[in-house]
Design a protein around this ligand. Sequence first.
Ligand code: FCA
Length: 325
Amino acid sequence: MQRRTILSLATLAALPLAAKAADPVKIGFLVKQAEEPWFQDEWKFAEAAAKDKGFTLVKIGVPNGEKTLAAIDNLAAQKAVGFVICAPDVKLGVAINRAAKRHKLKVMSVDDQLVDGAGKPIADIPHMGISGYEIGKQVGAGLLAEIKARGWKLEEVGVLRVAYDQLPTGRERTMGAVDALKAGGMPAANVVDAPQAKTDTESAFNAANIAFTKNAKFKKWVAFGLNDEAALGAVRAGEGRGIKADAMLAIGIGGSQTALNEFTKPTATGFFGTVLISPKRHGYETAAMVYDWATAGKTPPPVTLTSGILMTRANQAEIRKQMGL
Ligand code: FCA
């Protein structure tokens, strides 16, 4: 009798411990625009990291500030140990950092680097993003090469910069493209800014429509923005106004499904190309880094910048394979 009691007590005492040890580590992955193919891809590769390392990934869409802070509280309630975030507004940086610290969660940003009240990157939040300005220059160089191939005169070409300047990486990307075009002889006066309200196709479409109306003197256009959706919005707006594939040349940034859908259409559209960037690195590596940080104390490098490669309808299959996609 006595012995049985001791045994069962020991078993009972061991139970909570055993249950705790079996609980998988949870890492959050918060993105501003869950419906965008780029972010779907990031999630997919973050899932691959979760599988390889044996943690559970908690994916949450955070379209605004309120949802962002609620998601962080939710992660803490679920006993997550950290999270990766692409915030809906980089100025939420201080609030995000404070919430993460309060809950003792590791936080790393992806794509859009979080800033403080003065607009300076927050140094203690590690970041992985693209080399925005360099990639923008690749966009500009790609446009110049194709302008030349088509025999267009630079003076007669309008340059549509779909702009989202409140996001530093957005401004860097599009200014890189402008600078490359100017360096290649494009007159500065031909550059038309079309500010978009959000970073999706519809907002770019609306912005481009206004710009085309105001600048009807240009019959030929090149267009670009911070992502594929921005370039695509410009292409669709052009089509609606008779600026078709023979008069429109757009290069996006991204290379995910938005671009692939254009490339697989039977006839080429004005969406000429995209600079393919790596959702694999951004999704897999950031999730893995936060895991290693929370479980093994390995702090991620402060900033990691990734590169891109120009992809067109002609070389897409080959390039995607090279990038492991
Ligand atoms: C930003 C853009 C996304 C994607 C990402 C790498 O977050 O909004 O579309 O380009 O950078």
